[in-house]
Design a protein around this ligand. Structure first.
Ligand code: NDP
Length: 519
């Protein structure tokens, strides 16, 4: 009996991108299948030897074309990033686009020194030899990026890997595919050879496929839960991973702080990008002596916030990721039930889109979910502390350790407190800006992840180190090679001479070894 197959091929799965401001459908984006992920990795692998051998100067010159593209199309990109995320246009320009030319300029000045071969000391035990360290690229790097700063957090790791000589496969977040498209466009516009950067749009399944594909490293930015999965997958091969995860940044307001500046900073540091920032101020410790004054000032700042879509000249937009609204609501409601007081905000806004009111909470305690978990929303939880010691103790007693800030008129004391915080970055009398300085390493401790981007580490982490030692032919013998017969006494003198700090004795003993070494 003959059968006819009446099944149509399954429709290709797509991402449906909706506006965070209005909820309307903005477009659909095909999801890259696991087979296509493997093909992208193969293209990146094929492109690798040529890109590696292009040489650092030429690589940097080609990548510097991005500056022109960003300058020419910056306003358009800012509009599209804001459409994708809902963030104000000012944020798209400042926190997404502007950082990239600065980043490229920094590495044009410093990459040669960082990646070039450099000489290191050689112990006197090895006379006539010189030692060097150099670096070579890993191969194909998989970059998986989140939706909160979808441009910057894609571009920075991709560029770092490229500068170091790797080719890259980037998986942007399904939540922000429009920005993924911009990143793809930029690399096409600068005319990189095929396969040097492959952008694969898709969802979690695409990210998972990338972690299983034949890449040599995964650079992951996102949540702790997904970071664990990425690491577990990488452990099977094993390949290195770098995890840039969440945060619950502490802001410590001392009694002698400039309270006006600190209150304005708290509002910006906690509400910029609608609080969807790994470096958001998520715990504000205020010493008892100035607590009430500080809260009154902060309340004024929060109430003055203008909320709306990017074309409404707002300070703050909607949440980008729809489920994030539920997390914010849950944290605030639970905090209220557990005894926190909502000074202002504390509810969704009555309008379409994913808007939540800028919210100030006081009487927050370490037992509350809003204190223990990352909220990633427009909420400022204030914790009253007796003094700075209590603030430091509480700040450190936490699962996260990404950033922190200390506010005091006494900068030396501020630096001393900064040194006591267990986290990757600390600012004194400022916040967030630290991530904008590409010379400073950036990354977390504890559940905030490990590894550093920016700074020399940000390039070196995309390389293997190679140690090289050269014998320059100064000696006509090798004191430690065979034969060993009769060498023990002289060796013992070398041993005691070196360990006892008597170098002449050690050197004299080595000349004795010479006659014993010659066959
Ligand atoms: P997620 O962990 O949900 O997603 C991050 C990326 O991983 C996305 O591209 C996602 O794809 C992808 N992904 C999902 N499932 C898998 C999987 N099984 N294997 C591989 N990749 C997968 O994080 P968010 O996008 O929600 O980002 C917010 C988090 O990122 C917050 O915790 C924030 O603090 C943190 N973050 C950390 C920063 C840092 O520098 N330390 C900076 C910025 C954010 P898809 O979205 O398509 O599902």
């Amino acid at each position: 009996m003959q059968t006819t197959d009446t099944h149509e091929p399954a429709p290709r799965p797509v991402i449906e991108k909706r506006s965070p401001v209005t909820g309307e459908l903005l477009g659909t984006f095909p999801i890259t299948t696991p087979e296509e992920v493997d093909a992208a990795v193969r293209r990146a692998r094929e492109a690798f030897p040529t890109w590696r051998d292009t040489g650092l100067d030429d690589r940097l010159r080609m990548l510097a074309r991005i500056k022109d593209v960003v300058r020419t199309h910056g306003e358009e990109y800012a509009r599209r990033i804001s459409e994708d995320t809902g963030k104000p246009l000012v944020d798209s320009l400042l926190t997404e686009l502007m950082s990239i030319p600065l980043f490229i300029d920094h590495y044009r000045r410093t990459a040669k020194k960082t990646l070039g071969r450099h000489r290191v000391p050689t112990p006197i035990l090895f006379p006539g030899k010189a030692s060097y360290v150099e670096h070579f690229p890993l191969g194909v790097v998989g970059v998986i990026s989140p939706w909160n700063f979808p441009f910057q957090l894609s571009m920075v790791p991709v560029l770092s890997a490229l500068i170091a000589g790797n080719t890259v496969v980037l998986k942007p977040s399904e939540v922000t595919p429009i920005t993924g498209e911009i990143v793809d466009e930029i690399f096409r516009r600068i005319g990189l050879p095929r396969g040097v950067v492959e952008v694969i749009q898709g969802d979690g399944s695409t990210g998972a496929a990338l972690t299983r594909a034949a890449v040599d490293k995964i650079f992951f930015t996102g949540s702790v839960a997904t970071g664990r999965k990425v690491m577990a997958e990488a452990a099977k091969r094993p390949i290195p991973v770098e995890l840039e995860l969440g945060g619950k940044d502490a802001m410590i307001v001392c009694a002698d702080a400039n309270l006006v500046r600190a209150a304005r900073a708290a509002a910006w540091g906690g509400l910029v990008n609608c609080g969807q920032m790994c470096t958001s101020v998520e715990r504000i410790f205020v010493v008892d002596a100035v607590h009430d004054r500080f809260v009154a000032m902060l309340e004024k700042e929060v109430r003055a916030m203008r909320v709306g879509g990017p074309d409404e000249h707002a300070d703050m937009g909607p949440l980008t990721f729809p489920p994030q609204l539920a997390t914010v609501e849950r944290h605030v409601e639970a905090a209220r039930a557990d005894g926190a007081r909502i000074v202002t905000g504390g509810a969704r806004l009555d309008r379409p889109g994913q808007f939540y009111a800028p919210t100030l909470l006081v009487d927050v305690t370490p037992q509350m979910e809003i204190y223990r978990e990352e909220t990633f929303g427009p909420v400022l939880p204030v914790v009253r502390v007796a003094d700075e010691d209590e603030a430091i103790r509480l700040a450190n007693d936490h699962q996260y350790g990404l950033n922190g800030s200390v506010w005091t008129e006494d900068v030396d004391r501020g630096l001393a407190l900064a040194s006591r915080l267990e986290c990757g970055q600390v600012m004194v009398n400022d916040l967030v800006a630290i991530v904008g300085n590409p010379a400073l390493p950036f990354g977390g401790v504890k559940n905030s992840g490990f590894g550093r981007y920016h700074g020399p580490e940000g390039l070196l982490s995309f390389t293997h180190q190679k140690a090289i030692m050269v014998d320059r032919g100064w000696l006509d013998f090798e004191p430690f090679w065979f034969p060993y017969a009769g060498k023990y006494d002289a060796m013992s003198q070398v041993f005691h001479g070196l360990l006892g700090g008597n170098l002449p004795k050690a050197l004299y003993a080595m000349t004795k070894l010479r006659s014993l070494t010659k066959r």
